[in-house]
Design a protein around this ligand. Structure first.
Ligand code: MN
Ligand code: MN
Length: 454
């Protein structure tokens, strides 16, 4: 089926709406480059709409707006509608963690009179893409006395940035012969931190000077790194891309594009019949295993609390899940003209042609996929078409080349109808990912339709 882009179909006003929505989106991305910052900003925004911590409610009734934060790195927003809870809820779940470069437990060392940080890469990256670009440092250091220090260096004009070096091409004859995996070993991703020595010291003079700076500015010692969450991400703001400015180039669009579109559509649709929830989870890029990930029992306990405070019993939980609907809001691939061979064009989404509805994630013989029932896919199609949402079907790529997963399975396991639906992204997991403003806006419209419709 021939698909048309939003630019072809939409009138001038709608295109204007898509562009102005993208401005707010870029701004939010630029300001919230870590999971913790994203959670904080979402809660601040929700509070403007009257949302309060769930613990402040003794009981819940129609119209109540609440949130619950899990350890600063996950948040669920909810609003009670007219419908009985056991008749079902609407959930949109996205992840707010993104590929990045984390500091190792004992990161700081000196080599050849240079102070460096040893790092772990977080998530599935092509390591060479993260070399030689300006990086900023973001994070929190938790001290033994219960206090914490926040660090952000490299986002403002007058602040230094950081970088990981690469070998000059003149000497890369051996490196070029290796596979990409072997040519860029993870242990080489060491970040330059400084080169000025502390002349009063006998050895590790440069490292000592860096420790002095850390002590003076942040009050932290070398041992404090173990209880820190410090990461390096591409420095700078989200930008328009292309002469026509139709694209957004930014760090962290997987999956903050779906997180942003889901929580903004959630906040725009509060006066409704439905019991709506917006879930922003962590740790998807490393397999969803931790306390703040989609597999954590936090979600289940949150729903139990909502059920009890609404006057139902825990035994109603299964019924609630059975009657509920969920969107696993995560990005998908787009047909890339530079790498056509990797895709099966008939089943791959195209840039600008709208939000991507994905029946099958995974690879090979649907391995790892949660494949929703046909009835649910028909329901989603119906509400998208009814609300003039620009959407397209899409799968991740050619069979047997690889594949990918989302958090869908953690909701499907409760017998909640769950489908993958999100924005298409080019250069996924690269320091700077590329999206279309038409696709971002149609994702927002798709999630709005989902929250709105019966
Ligand atoms: Mn993702
Ligand atoms: Mn990802």
């Amino acid at each position: 089926m021939e698909r048309k882009t939003g630019w072809e179909i939409w009138d001038e006003n709608k295109i204007k709406d898509a562009f102005s929505y993208a401005e707010e989106y870029k701004n939010f991305l630029s300001k919230n480059k870590t999971v913790r910052k994203f959670v904080k900003s979402v809660v601040l925004e929700a509070e403007k709409y009257g949302f309060k911590n769930l613990s402040e409610f003794k009981s819940l009734k129609k119209g109540d707006r609440f949130y619950k934060i899990n350890k600063g790195r996950e948040v669920i927003l909810g609003v009670i509608g007219n419908k009985k809870l056991v008749e079902g809820c609407k959930f949109i779940v996205s992840h707010i963690d993104c590929p990045r470069i984390d500091l190792k437990t004992s990161p700081l060392y000196e080599d050849e009179s240079i102070a460096l940080f040893k790092t772990y890469y977080y998530g599935g990256i092509k390591k060479y893409q993260w070399l030689t670009i300006p990086l900023s440092i973001h994070g929190v250091i938790f001290l033994k006395d219960g206090t914490f220090k926040e660090i952000e260096i490299g986002e403002n004009e007058n602040e230094p940035v950081f970088t990981i070096t690469d070998l000059l091409p003149h000497l890369a004859k051996e490196q070029m012969k290796k596979t990409i995996e072997e040519g860029f070993p993870g242990e080489n991703l060491n970040v330059f931190v400084g080169t000025i020595p502390d002349k009063e010291k006998e050895k590790e003079k440069v490292k000592s000077n860096i420790l002095k700076i850390l002590k003076d500015f942040y009050g932290i010692e070398e041992d404090d790194f173990i209880s820190s969450e410090i990461e390096l991400v591409p420095a700078g703001k989200a930008k328009d891309s292309g002469l026509d400015k139709s694209l957004v180039l930014s760090y962290g669009q997987d999956d903050r594009v779906c997180a942003y579109t889901s929580f903004t559509s959630f906040l725009k649709n509060l006066e409704l019949e439905n019991n709506n929830f917006c879930l922003l989870v962590d740790q998807e890029e490393i397999g969803s295993r931790g306390t703040t990930s989609a597999s954590s029992s936090f979600f289940e306990y949150f729903i139990e609390e909502v059920i009890e405070k609404s006057g139902y019993s825990i035994t109603d939980l299964k019924k609630l899940f059975e009657n509920s609907k969920a969107i696993s809001a995560d990005v998908n691939t787009l047909l890339d003209p530079n790498y056509k061979d990797a895709y099966e064009p008939k089943n791959t989404a195209k840039i600008g042609c709208g939000v991507v509805l994905t029946k099958i994630t995974g690879g090979k013989g649907k391995g790892g996929s949660t494949e929703p029932v046909g009835e649910y896919i028909a329901y989603i199609r119906k509400i998208f078409d009814k609300n003039n949402v620009l959407w397209q079907p899409g799968e991740i790529g050619r069979l047997e080349l690889g594949g990918g997963g989302t958090v869908a399975s953690y909701f499907a396991r409760y017998n909640i109808d769950t489908i993958d639906c999100g924005t298409g992204v080019l250069s996924m997991h690269a320091p700077f990912e590329l999206t279309s403003k038409a696709d971002i806006y149609s994702t927002f419209e798709a999630y709005s339709a989902f929250y709105k419709e019966e």
